[in-house]
Design a protein around this ligand. Structure first.
Ligand code: AMP
Length: 396
């Protein structure tokens, strides 16, 4: 996969109509529809402002929620247009449809330096089907396509990949940064390259482990997924999470790591609980976990060993919490890893989704080199999969 893609700076946009795919999939209050977190809109501003400064006419588009091809007033992008207008300090013209009469008329009248927003792309079921006719209609309003929604690059939808068949396609600053930092970590990492993986399920991370075994110097496994590996090593794991059908896989991976000389670190002690509850009393277990307990977090010896492995790293990629960090009594392991990354001096990359939430919640967000804006997308990136929304962009 080539991550070296043209960005908005490599193409002339002056006076041109630019179709800009944003990620305006913001959380909203269920009762009032008010936007409860505008981080994604704020994150889109640098690309938008650059395009407007270059005198482009910007036709922004996004999905919001999961309307599944149905017109749902509660998922209209109208509140996003309003918030974007407040943040930009200028009018955002809002189209009442996507590729209909209103959108086309407003796009045709759009002047350089002006911005408009189309209605929710997923109100039309052809968007997620990557329907060529829909993509063609969408692209017919513009002369250049700029993709800046990293959260959807792993999807081949009309607005994330299909339109690139009809328009010169480049990345905005958000995707540019993701490709730059994560692409480099995978292609040519500063070594030692340490991968820290956690979260609930082995099955979610199988392809990531497979890919990283070819690239990393050390793989650290924590979280609920670690117990399947511990069981495969012959330890008892009590009531901890287990994916029995992945035991053979776990054995294979550990054998492969050994054969390749990749260090493979697992927890040596665990904070356990008798029940999965925030109020459960933490009980420390070294080695084996008693029958009536479940592993909820990594223990102090493990924290020390994992932190030590991160300390000398050149690059650290982290995806998945070390324990049930949502419960304060079992958040120490995740917190300690965030701290270890923050103090490592390494290039630190945190995958989206739960790990990004954990790092933010625990107050270490500004200490990381990069926190990916896409959960599923960053996971597929680490899997080494071809991302349709990246593959469709022009090579540098
Ligand atoms: P993932 O979405 O796969 O990254 O998993 C994140 C979830 O894994 C979080 O909600 C954590 O609470 C959960 N998790 C982490 N460690 C454990 C554990 N030891 N037992 C159960 N769940 C866990």
């Amino acid at each position: 996969m080539n991550y070296n893609k043209k960005t908005v700076k490599d193409i002339d946009v002056a006076g041109k109509k630019v179709l800009l795919r944003c990620d305006f999939n913001v959380p909203q209050d269920k009762a009032t529809g008010a936007i409860t977190d505008d981080k994604r809109i704020v994150a889109a501003l640098p690309t938008i402002q650059y395009l407007l400064e270059q005198n482009a006419a910007v036709i922004a588009c996004s999905h919001l929620g999961k309307p599944k091809g149905e017109w749902k007033e509660s998922l209209s992008l109208a509140p996003v247009a309003k918030r974007l207008s407040e943040l930009l300090g200028k009018d955002v013209i809002f189209a009442k449809d996507i590729i209909g009469e209103d959108a086309k008329a407003k796009a045709a009248a759009l002047q350089p330096g002006q911005i408009m927003l189309l209605e929710n792309l997923r109100f039309d079921k052809r968007e997620e089907k990557n329907d060529p006719e829909f993509a063609k209609e969408l692209s017919s309003m513009a002369e250049v396509y700029v993709s800046d929604a990293f959260g959807t690059v792993h999807r081949a939808h009309a607005s994330t990949a299909g339109v690139a068949a009809y328009l010169p396609a480049v990345s905005g600053f958000l995707i540019g940064k993701e490709l730059d930092i994560m692409g480099k970590a995978l292609d040519d990492p500063k070594r030692p390259f340490v991968a820290v993986l956690g979260g609930a399920k082995v099955s979610d991370k199988i392809n990531v482990i497979n890919n990283l075994l070819e690239k990393a110097d050390t793989i650290i496994i924590g979280g609920g997924m670690a117990y399947t590996f511990k069981k495969a090593q012959g330890y008892t794991i009590g009531q901890s999470l287990l994916e029995a059908d992945k035991l053979d896989y776990a054995k294979d991976m550990m054998a492969k790591a050994e054969a390749k000389g990749v260090k493979f670190l697992l927890p040596v002690d665990n904070l356990c609980a008798a029940e999965f509850s925030a109020d459960a009393k933490p009980v420390l277990a070294e080695g084996n976990i008693p029958d009536d307990l479940m592993g909820m977090d990594i223990g102090p010896k493990t924290i020390a060993a994992f932190s030590d492995a991160v300390k000398g790293a050149g690059t650290v990629v982290w995806n998945g919490p070390m324990g049930v960090f949502e419960f304060p009594a079992f958040a120490e392991g995740t917190k300690a890893m965030a701290k270890a990354l923050a103090e490592s001096g390494a290039i630190t990359i945190v995958g989206g989704g739960d790990s990004a939430a954990a790092v933010e919640q625990l107050g270490f967000a500004d200490k990381m080199t990069h926190i990916s804006t896409g959960g599923g997308a960053s996971l597929e990136f680490l899997e080494g999969k071809e991302l349709p929304g990246v593959a469709c962009l022009l090579d540098k």
